[in-house]
Design a protein around this ligand. Structure first.
Ligand SMILES: Nc1ncnc2c1ncn2[C@@H]1O[C@H](COP(=O)(O)OP(=O)(O)OP(=O)(O)O)[C@@H](O)[C@H]1O
Ligand SMILES: [Mg+2]
Length: 453
């Protein structure tokens, strides 16, 4: 049977000890009882308790020593002291040393029940909070941006450096490549991390609304403006604002944005006085803004202001080395984290062109995990576009405007064949070398170079 929690009782008086034991066992707790401080501390050394109830006055080691031991060995364990009536001083002392609460002797049974119950509620809450804090912490920094390819390593270095400054950053990357993730890492690694990180997608608001979202409005400035409203630039004061799809910002608003960037001031819609803020501006686009600049859709001066530090996120297809890592990451995130992709499936995944980048890969993992019963996900379990792309796609990958990473593509092909040969040769290296018409020496050298075991 599952218990509500483990409690250690340390009490030298036998009748008290037994009353407490029976009472708390009835409440559904698991009880260990010690008849003096020394014995109690021995239990503490070898076991984990949610809660310790200890008498203060005991021969040999007293309740304070037990309390100190708990704080030393297991700070999250809650300690409740039992004190004789009228010993206020030692009670205060105990609270100072980190006791959670105390019970006066002689005690009422209901009082004890309540104190213990409250203590457990408090403990669970505390644990939930610290879990939550961990989660928030880990979902924001670089830890959550998965990647080990040289391109991603460069990106991490750049993010760490740029985060420290106040320069505006323009993040460029294809859809789903992680722009928002990078933006939040920039904020969370910056000295502004305690303040707000506000994000807004400029493409999702009509012009008038976008202005009032960003800069706020005063009551009565337009129909529907029933109250004064602060804009996101005010909310983000001393923090950061992330302007997503900045290329969609209407021309009429661009000059207002430029003004905030230049001297930190703006006016609410309908407002008469300037408001000054200190906001770090991070923006992102998956379009080529310089094209919009050339065609007159985007102000050139604003573009330069926004683009003080450009950060380019490479598309996933240019860093296939990151794919196995990302697959693991998303498998672990999914509920069935015992599942794995077969080596063949992995090869398909690494060769696919991933137009939707990491988001597409995340979706594929989610879908295949859901639709596959067995623990190993095979190539035929993959969505058709991926397995089909590979068949048709003995054709070479496209060479985009930014070119391709020839060396790493060739290395990947080499690696694939080494593994394939080893699999076919059932792990016998001389045989694998023969299959590839390589000398054993150069075969072994290549294995070593790629770290293949
Ligand atoms: N390197 C990465 N490691 C782990 N997860 C990633 C990585 N890159 C992106 N993701 C995940 O992929 C999804 C898409 O990322 P994000 O929203 O940051 O992309 P985006 O570039 O802003 O996309 P869009 O252009 O569509 O707005 C998110 O779920 C994000 O957590
Ligand atoms: Mg985005």
């Amino acid at each position: 049977m599952e218990t509500k929690g483990r409690i250690l009782i340390v009490e030298d008086e036998k009748s008290m000890r037994e009353v407490l034991r029976i009472l708390l066992e009835e409440e559904g707790y698991e009880i260990i009882a010690a008849s003096n401080g020394i014995e109690g501390m021995e239990y503490l050394g070898g076991d984990i308790f949610d809660l310790v109830v200890t008498d203060i006055k005991m021969p040999k080691a007293d309740g304070f020593e037990v309390l100190k031991k708990v704080k030393e060995l297991s700070p999250s364990t809650i300690v409740i002291m039992i004190t004789a009536f009228g010993t206020t001083e030692s009670t205060i002392e105990a609270m100072k040393l980190g006791a959670y609460d105390y019970i006066h002797k002689p005690f009422k049974i209901d009082e004890i029940r309540l104190i213990i119950q409250k203590a457990f509620e408090r403990k669970n809450l505390g644990e939930e909070l610290s879990l939550l804090r961990e989660k928030i912490k880990s979902s924001c920094g670089l830890e959550n941006i998965v990647g080990k390819s040289p391109k991603m390593q460069e990106l991490f270095t750049l993010i760490r450096r740029v985060a420290q400054s106040n320069s505006t950053v323009l993040i460029r990357g294809e859809s789903g490549s992680g722009k928002e993730l990078v933006a939040s890492a920039l904020h969370n690694l910056s000295p502004r991390k305690q303040k707000n990180f506000v994000t807004i997608n400029c493409a999702t608001f009509p012009e008038g609304l976008l202005e009032s979202e960003l800069f706020g409005h005063v009551k009565g400035s337009f129909t529907g403006a029933l109250y004064n409203k602060e804009g996101l630039f005010e909310v983000a004061n001393r923090g950061s604002i992330f302007l997503d799809e900045i290329g969609e910002m209407p021309l009429s608003l661009q000059s207002k944005l430029l003004r905030v960037l230049e001297n930190g001031t703006f006016r609410r819609v309908g407002g008469l006085s300037d408001i000054t803020v200190d906001v770090r501006v991070i923006s992102a686009t998956n379009k080529d803004i310089s094209e919009a600049v050339a065609s007159g859709g985007f102000r050139e001066d604003l573009f330069y202001r926004l683009n003080v530090v450009p950060i380019n996120i490479p598309p996933l297809r240019e860093r296939p080395d990151d794919i196995p890592l990302l697959l693991d990451h998303f498998l672990n995130k999914s509920l069935s984290n015992a599942k794995r992709f077969s080596p063949e499936a992995l090869r398909f995944l690494m060769r696919y062109s991933w137009k939707g980048n990491v988001r597409e890969l995340e979706n594929v993992v989610e879908r295949t995990v859901l639709l596959t019963d067995s623990e190993i996900i095979l190539a035929e379990d993959l969505p058709e576009e991926i397995s089909r792309a590979d068949e048709a796609g003995k054709q070479l990958p496209e060479i985009g405007d930014e070119g391709i990473d020839f060396e790493s593509i060739m290395e990947q092909i080499e690696k694939d064949y080494l593994v394939k040969a080893l699999e076919k040769a059932k792990g016998i290296k001389t045989e694998a070398a023969r299959l590839l018409k390589l000398s054993f020496r150069s075969f072994r050298h290549k294995l070593y170079k790629y770290g293949i075991k």
